[in-house]
Design a protein around this ligand. Structure first.
Ligand code: AMP
Ligand code: TRP
Length: 354
């Protein structure tokens, strides 16, 4: 049984009687970007430093909802693990592992496949975007993706999920699944999670098009800054980033309709831990010829040590694999009793021992 049931209520609101526990995931479907760093990783480390129990997962089962070359998937999983460590996630304090090593995720996802409704999933914008015009050709996994995400979170009774803005709709669905399961079985077994979407960089945009999200799957490498990029590449990408000819304004509102300018200001703010208004306070009236070199210097100062530490971790792939295995064993110890309790609530017989 869930030994956390009845644990001290550390949070107000929908998560109710459950102790605060964070879960978040990143797909190892490519090298991580500045968007992943500012929208997710950097905030994961902040949560860890606040002393909150946190579980971080490289969601390989999610990655394979679209085609992944096996050798690339293996390399990308290790690279993502190295990025977590390099950014400051400490495996002694936070759990770090890859999803396929804890089978409880996939098992609970099946249960949620039977709770969520086709109509709910059909409304997911990420599915519509990723499936494109030919939905008949999309994998079943891509459609059911949010149910697995809900299982990732709920198999730990996590209460809070730090993510970028693009995951908001998936977390609403996660809440709907918890509410429906609890209602159908007359229980309050699953917490209704709270998303944590905060800071200046909840949606870092492409350097080539300020209306599109910076993404590891964008075909243009110039559209993104990769955590593994060297200093020259970072500086060159910022120099070539699309902008407009106007100087930076005094107020944030004046950036409406200037998505590229707004994006670079937000990136500067997030990297410097400033409010975007403070960045404008410093640069108002100046053009991008002045702003871009300063942004490039700042980005290099923040990212170069991370990419150097990543390279260090990547020189020991066996060490990374060992660490992921240890994290998975600890994760399994939390997840298994929650999964067993779920089966019991549903009337499933689990009499096998050993
Ligand atoms: P993904 O790379 O899609 O697995 O995303 C992993 C995490 O990074 C999620 O919390 C996303 O919301 C976040 N993320 C991804 N891209 C961006 C972006 N361009 N801006 C902010 N957050 C992002
Ligand atoms: N869907 C998320 C993304 O693409 C990754 C993810 C999978 C996740 N499971 C999760 C994020 C659970 C938060 C919590 O960004």
């Amino acid at each position: 049984m869930d030994d956390r049931a009845g644990a001290a209520t550390a949070t107000a609101g929908a998560a109710g009687r459950f102790a605060t526990r964070i879960f978040s995931g990143i797909q190892p479907s490519g090298g991580l970007t500045l968007g992943n760093y500012l929208g997710a990783l950097k905030r994961f480390v902040q949560k860890q430093e606040e002393g909150i129990e946190a579980i971080y997962c490289l969601v390989d089962l999610h990655a394979v909802t679209v085609w992944q070359d096996p050798a690339r998937l293996r390399a990308n999983t290790r690279e993502a693990a190295a990025a977590f460590l390099a950014a400051g996630v400490d495996p002694a304090r936070s759990l770090l592992f890859n999803q396929c090593q804890v089978s409880a995720h996939a098992e609970l996802a099946w249960i949620f496949n039977c709770v969520a409704r086709m109509g709910w999933l059909g409304r997911m914008t990420q599915f519509k975007e990723k499936a494109g015009k030919d939905r008949e050709a999309a994998s079943v996994g891509l459609f059911a993706y949010p149910n697995l995400m809900a299982a990732d979170i709920m198999v730990y009774h996590a209460t809070h999920v730090p993510v970028g803005e693009d995951q908001k709709q998936h977390l609403e669905l996660t809440r709907d699944i918890a509410i429906k399961f609890n209602h159908d079985f007359g229980t309050d077994f699953f917490p209704v999670v709270e998303p944590i979407i905060e800071g200046a960089a909840t949606r870092v945009m492409s350097l080539r098009d300020g209306t599109r999200k910076m993404s590891k799957s964008d075909p243009s490498d110039m559209s993104r800054i990769n955590l593994a990029d060297d200093a020259d590449t970072i500086a060159q990408k910022i120099r070539k980033a699309r902008t407009d000819p106007l100087p930076l304004p005094e107020s944030l509102a004046a950036l409406d309709g200037r998505p590229e300018a707004r994006n670079l200001v937000n990136i500067y703010a997030a990297l410097a831990d400033l409010a975007p208004e403070a960045v404008l306070g410093e640069f108002a009236g100046r053009g991008f010829d002045a702003f871009k070199p300063r942004l490039a210097d700042l980005a290099v100062a923040v990212l170069a040590p991370i990419s150097a530490r990543m390279a260090g971790h990547l020189s020991d792939p066996a060490g990374i694999d060992r660490l992921l295995g240890e994290g998975a064993a600890r994760a399994e110890a939390i997840a298994r009793p929650i999964l067993e309790a779920t089966f019991a609530i549903m009337g499933m017989i689990r009499s096998r021992r050993g």
